[in-house]
Design a protein around this ligand. Structure first.
Ligand code: CTP
Length: 418
């Protein structure tokens, strides 16, 4: 299995090519413990062909030395001191670059950017920069969750700043939560997407279903599954990034719909079925990542069920299998299903693929750590009707989405050749 931060992995993100050849990137490094990871980030960006100009804040220099970064980036590092040694270095750097990346971005730095405070080289450069800006926050979980940090990030997003991460995991303080710098591969991928957009799905209309469904029992209770929607939302986001018109039909989820999708929210499996079938004729690719409840209460009580001492028997009615219905009338569409399993992964998933006439099925063992419901990562096997089973390593869901859509693109090419 590849390590997420390994060179191979970064290469994989860029399809092994010098994907950023000739691109100029200003990399701002701020004073977080994660500043040491910027060393690897510079290596990954330069390996991908980018010309990286590093700007370090005063506190970043207390974590890593400018000499290290100058050596790796093969050019002098800009610091606040540079402002006194050259004429308007912030304007020169802002005008010359194709993109400003700030990684790690501390809570203080995010606040400065969000409020236009321009009191050092990097903050003046941010204001002067008319090119895309990407921030990779890193801080402790409590700080990240603070409403003011969330407000500042929302403000920056509303101006088009792209925020990558943070990842959830063990933080420098020993606490577990959101706040880790995003994986280097994910940061490089985001930069590559912005500077060299891949448009290989621009002829497709991708319909993605995501999240759980909720099957009401009475006005206050429901049956559901543990799905969060993360995998489906990542697929929709990736499809948009690759040029597809994307329809996201989602069961209840706490996630914000990705920018650029046509979003439709449903609650029950029956509602999901109705909306999916309604939009089916438009779709050329259908990806059913939703964890649909197989059953619903046969009778929905009008008022709240009162407690009684006797056991309560629930009668459940089967829900229609939406994917099976789509598979039966798929025509030229590419149909991808998901299979959440707890054992006999490939065998059971392959059986579902054949029974539902799918082109691919993405199987994961939900009992495995880091895979399946509500995780940031997933480890899946992509199975085709000919018995092929591509095992992917444990990856962030966005990268899993990328690999699934790579398969969709090659399937389309095959279908077009026939
Ligand atoms: N699916 C669906 N409609 C349902 C149930 C499942 O469209 N009523 C889709 C899911 O979105 C997923 C695929 O079918 O893409 C497989 O779902 P899964 O729950 O793994 O399998 P089931 O076919 O429901 O079989 P089982 O629950 O017995 O494993």
């Amino acid at each position: 299995m590849q390590g997420i931060g390994s060179d191979d992995h970064v290469k994989g993100v860029d399809n092994g090519q010098m994907a950023l050849q000739g691109k100029k990137i200003v990399l701002g490094i701020t004073g977080s413990i994660a500043a040491y990871k910027a060393v690897e980030l510079v290596r990954a960006l330069t390996k991908a062909g980018a010309n990286v100009r590093v700007v370090m804040t005063a506190s970043a220099q207390r974590f890593v030395t400018p000499l290290t970064l100058a050596t790796l980036s093969r050019q002098a590092v800009l610091t606040d001191q540079s402002a006194w040694e050259a004429q308007m270095p912030h304007l020169t750097a802002a005008r010359k670059t194709n993109l400003l990346l700030v990684a790690p971005a501390t809570a203080g730095r995010i606040a400065k950017f969000a409020h236009g405070l321009a009191d050092d080289l990097l903050s003046t450069l941010f204001l002067a920069c008319t090119r895309p800006v990407v921030l990779a926050p890193a801080m402790d979980a409590e700080m990240y969750r603070h409403p003011v940090v969330q407000d500042n990030l929302a403000r920056l997003r509303s101006w088009g700043v792209r925020i990558v991460g943070p990842a959830t995991g063990e933080l420098a303080s020993g606490v577990w939560g959101p706040g880790r710098l995003a994986e280097i591969g994910e940061i490089v991928q985001t930069v590559t997407e912005i500077l060299c957009p891949q448009r290989d799905l621009s002829r497709e209309v991708v319909l993605v279903t995501a999240g759980p469904t909720r099957e009401p029992l009475d006005p206050v209770r429901y049956l559901s599954t543990r799905a969060s929607g993360k995998m489906g939302y990542a697929l929709a986001e990736e499809a948009v990034a690759r040029g597809a018109r994307t329809i996201l039909i989602s069961g209840p989820s706490a996630l914000a719909p990705p920018y650029g999708v046509e979003f439709m929210e449903v609650e029950t499996a029956l509602q999901m079925r109705a909306v999916v079938l309604d939009r089916l004729t438009e779709a050329t690719v259908i990806i059913k990542a939703a964890a649909v409840s197989d059953y619903r209460p046969a009778h929905q009580a009008e008022s709240k069920l009162a407690k009684c001492d006797a056991p309560l028997m629930l009668e459940l009615a089967p829900n229609p299998d939406i994917l099976r219905e789509i598979g039966a009338q798929k025509g030229a569409r590419i149909v991808v299903g998901f299979a959440a399993e707890t054992g006999d992964l490939v065998l059971r998933a392959h059986h579902k693929l054949m029974a539902k006439h799918l082109d691919l099925i993405v199987a994961n063992d939900v009992t495995q750590e880091g895979a399946g419901f509500a995780c940031e990562t997933n480890q899946v096997v992509i199975i085709d009707p000919h018995g092929g089973a591509e095992e992917l390593p444990l990856l962030p869901k966005r990268q899993v989405a990328r690999r699934i859509l790579d398969r969709v693109v090659s399937l389309r090419q095959q279908k077009n050749r026939v």
